[in-house]
Design a protein around this ligand. Sequence first.
Ligand code: NAD
Length: 370
Amino acid sequence: MSDSKLKVAVVGCGMIANSAHIPAWQTQKDVEITGVMDAMRDRAESTACKHGIAGVYDDVDRMLKELSPDVVSICTPAGFHKDQVIAALRSGAHVFCEKPLTISSVDAEEIFRVAEESKRQILVGQSMRFYNQISAAKEFVTDGQLGDMYCADVARLRRRGIPTYGTFHIKELSGGGVLYDLGVHMLDTVLWLMGNPRVVAVSGTTYAKIGTRNEGLITSSKESGAFAGGASNKSYDGNKFDVEDFAAAFLRLENGATINLKVCWAANIPDSAGGIMIMGTEGGLSFDPRVLDLRLIRNMGRYQVDVTPKIMPPEPDHPFYAHWNEVAHFIRVIKGEEEVCVKKEEVLNVIRSLEAIYRSAEEGCEVRIS
Ligand SMILES: NC(=O)c1ccc[n+]([C@@H]2O[C@H](COP(=O)([O-])OP(=O)(O)OC[C@H]3O[C@@H](n4cnc5c(N)ncnc54)[C@H](O)[C@@H]3O)[C@@H](O)[C@H]2O)c1
């Protein structure tokens, strides 16, 4: 290994590390993954063996001390992110952390404080921003094609797509349920497209009607987003389910715009994907994530037109190709060639909104975010 190579270490050796982070890092030039760590040593061992990585650890601090990585990819359940991200930053590494950055806004603020003190970069894995269609949508918005954006409808709906392979359904480990899994992606994406106006008030509800049952239905791990299967071979136990499987919210933004959000792991609905719809004074935007259909809705003279841009197929052709884009972007950020795409204020806006949805659901009334 030459000294000019970027040394990467990976914390957490589950689905997203094996399917996305490790392959994405390994296809970059001048990058070497020098170690992997998991609380379950056998997972670190099998991951290292599968991807040809030398360092195997079950202790983060030891790995950071022995390998002094330039970058750490954090791929653990969200409840562990704060301590691991801070340890990595303090060791002198830049951090690429999976979403959600943390399960509380106070913790997120602390992470950004440490990143600033350590003069290290942090990229939060809001991978949906890195879909080719969403990048195109952002370009249309920046180009003024939508005008003043005043209302958005956002939904990500699965009929039976509870991630049953990990610990997503256990609050102590993951912080929350579908809101911290799909909600964080959808809200981040729509707020980013709308220019990140601050969310000032939220009215929300959460439910846990299906996840608590051991239905024994035939489902595929793909339905829950684990396209190549999960790392765990434990069977799912609905008795441990103590998070929400459905959430809906109405959000008011500082500029008077509003967002309707609905996210669902499981409900008795037809198979559908939901999507993003943004209404602007000059044009509208609709995106269907299931068929990756992006449309710009406008008038042309006296005619109503739907514009369907020709978007090039992703490279590589992989369900997690957005991670390849994220990793390439982060390398450019580390080299000082571009600014990090996912900004501190954007992350805090989303996490504070999710917290407010939980509070509103608990208190049964609208919650204002100061
Ligand atoms: N961006 C995306 O599209 C996407 C998709 C799936 C998951 N994720 C995120 O990635 C993270 C991990 O999800 P996953 O699907 O890989 O889950 P997973 O359950 O498959 O993997 C988590 C791994 O972390 C390990 N682990 C648990 N506690 C640990 C600790 N304290 N220290 C070290 N290792 C520990 C587990 O043993 C497991 O191997 C979550 O934050 C999740 O939200 C993002």
